[in-house]
Design a protein around this ligand. Structure first.
Ligand code: FAD
Length: 539
């Protein structure tokens, strides 16, 4: 395995971080940002601060387009902190014949490994075989194509593993499996990836505001047919103040909210999106100590159950069912949790997981382009760009993995519409705070900014302490997020800038008031109110 790790590092040599000095992006400059928002005309307004919107803001700003992004809650608080954390070539899409999606995803995966190697890390993946030689041949052929598309070097091509080799990597796997195929994908922290992209966009000159809800769009013809968007009314959901901003163009990157957002521009055409819910559970790594991820297929089904080693836990997911409930803060329910446990226990009968093993859970909503399919797992994951008669451009579908390419596509369209000449897309070479792969949790989460976190830790011995006993994030990480990552609420710090609340919800609840009190001077907040907000927003 050691040799393979060397090859992984060689294969994806990190891009050196060519960042200009980090800007102050704290709560203290928020009011100024709202004033700036209202005081000028923007080339582009982006609504939605998930990975799609942040990717667009970075691409646009780096081409010299004057761009403002508004997010109604916190950055990544929608689907972009609730994924399976895979940066993947999309093996399943290959099975569905979506060659282009697989090719694009493979290419983007390779690129992200270079732009943020500390955060997008290679992950050995096993596909256990239960369908005899026929399944082994079909999956093997698929993996040849997969390897070719990813242009993998020899040492990282897929391999056939025997039953014993497979059992070593996934202890307790059912005897119905006859060995496995080993291939490579990558994993990340989705919320941290989103905030990396957001920070980089700010450094390129974009204005990004969280807790800024677009209430309605302004049309230049008083909403008569054919009127075009000329701006928006925005509410600062922290202070309650309202602002009006002017913009030449607007992009709707609000994922599963995109039809609601179109209604804010008086668009009443057919709906574009249908949500599909995916639930995950987390169990202590020691209960299921896998040394690589596993994709367990169900015969006759498109669905795969993933077992993924992630941040000291084993992440199990996901479900995939059409959903029409409330969009804000979906949670994994009892039925979904029981179903995931049952699927794992059927594949690994000796492990005997129960509800008591579950230390965390979360759920997200896939923003799928509306289709005729009855089975959500069959709906294409490809992106869709749609333009309404008001000029509002909606982008939906796609994946975390392909956010950069999606942004490039839509900003190319924006550049054309603005009718001026802008440079070509630069994001293939804009480092996302790149630093080498490391076992140090601060470097893994903050990349080249780890030094700044370290400097904060040196300011005071308290900042070197873990916030939750037994978990790695220290106070200095939270202080960094308050100063440089526009964390506003305690829940931003504990659910997204660090993942404490996701990885250890019980421990986080116990420590929450102490954390809120310790950070009160820096954050200037009311600790009790912050804790109440966190408990309400639980993962
Ligand atoms: C269960 C699950 C597993 C997944 N696993 C993977 C995976 O492993 N790998 C992968 O590549 N992809 C994965 N995906 C897909 C990926 O997570 C999504 O494609 C991606 O996160 C969508 O990002 P987005 O920015 O479009 O949407 P979101 O992250 O939802 O962002 C939209 C934002 O718009 C904001 N908004 C809405 N209305 C307004 C308004 N009026 N004003 C201001 N802001 C507003 C919302 O608050 C929200 O934050 C998964 C998805 C799910 C659900």
């Amino acid at each position: 395995m050691a040799k393979r790790e060397d090859q992984i590092q060689e294969h994806s040599r990190p891009m050196t971080s060519s960042c200009s000095p980090m800007v102050d992006w704290s709560d203290q400059t928020r009011d100024q940002d709202f004033e700036r928002l209202a005081s000028q005309e923007w080339d582009l307004l982006v609504v939605g601060g998930g990975i799609t919107g942040c990717g667009i803001a970075l691409d646009a700003a780096s081409r010299g387009i004057k761009v403002a992004l508004l997010e109604q809650y916190d950055f990544s608080s929608g689907t972009s902190s609730r994924s399976s954390k895979l940066i993947h070539g999309g093996l399943r899409y290959l099975k569905q014949g979506q060659l282009w999606t697989t090719l694009e995803s493979s290419r983007e995966k390779g690129l992200l490994r270079k732009l943020a190697p500390h955060l997008v890390r290679d992950l050995p993946f096993l596909f256990p075989i239960s369908g005899g030689w026929k399944q082994r041949t079909i999956v093997g052929l698929g993996l040849w194509v997969y390897d070719l598309m990813a242009r993998r070097p020899r040492g990282l091509l897929h391999q056939h593993l025997s039953t014993q080799e497979t059992e070593k990597m996934i202890p307790g796997l059912s005897e119905k499996y006859d060995g496995s195929l080993l291939y490579f994908d990558a994993e990340t922290d989705d919320a941290r990836l989103t905030v990396h992209v957001a920070k980089r966009a700010v450094m390129e000159g974009a204005l990004l505001l969280n807790y800024a809800k677009v209430e309605k769009f302004l049309l230049n013809g008083d909403s008569a047919p054919g009127s075009a968007i000329s701006g928006a009314m925005v509410r600062d959901t922290i202070s309650g103040k309202e602002y009006t901003l002017r913009a030449k163009l607007a992009i709707n990157a609000t994922g599963v909210w995109c039809d609601e957002t179109r209604e804010r521009a008086h668009v009443s055409e057919d709906k574009l999106v249908q949500a599909s819910k995916g639930a995950h559970i987390l169990i202590p790594y020691e209960r299921l100590p896998i040394s690589g991820a596993a994709a367990l297929g169900k015969p006759g089904s498109n669905r795969l159950l993933f077992l993924i080693p992630w941040e000291g836990r084993t992440l199990i997911g996901t479900t995939d069912d059409f959903y029409d409930g409330p969009l804000n803060n979906p949670q994994a329910d009892e039925i979904e949790t029981a179903s995931l446990l049952e699927q794992v226990n059927s594949a690994l009968p000796q492990i005997k997981l129960t509800k008591a093993d579950v230390v965390g859970s979360f759920a997200g909503l896939r923003p799928l382009a509306k289709s005729e399919h009855q089975d959500s797992s069959k709906v294409s994951r490809e992106e869709r760009i749609h333009e309404d008669e008001t000029g509002l451009i909606t982008i939906l579908g796609g994946k975390l993995t392909t956010y950069r390419q999606m942004a490039e596509n839509v900003v190319n369209l924006v550049a054309k519409k603005l009718g001026r000449s802008f440079p070509r897309c630069r994001t293939k070479s804009i480092s996302l705070f790149a630093s080498p792969v490391s076992k140090d949790p601060i470097q893994s989460s903050f990349g080249s900014e780890a030094m700044r976190v370290q400097r904060i830790a040196d300011e005071c011995p308290r900042w070197r302490q873990p916030m939750v006993p037994g978990q790695s994030p220290i106070y200095a990480a939270a202080i960094y997020a308050l100063r440089y990552e526009r964390a506003v609420k305690l829940s931003d710090l504990l659910l997204r800038r660090t993942r404490l609340g996701v990885l250890d919800w019980k421990g986080t609840q116990v420590s929450a008031l102490q954390i809120a009190n310790t950070l009160a001077e820096e954050a200037r907040w009311n600790p009790e109110r912050e804790v109440a907000g966190l408990l309400e927003e639980q993962p």
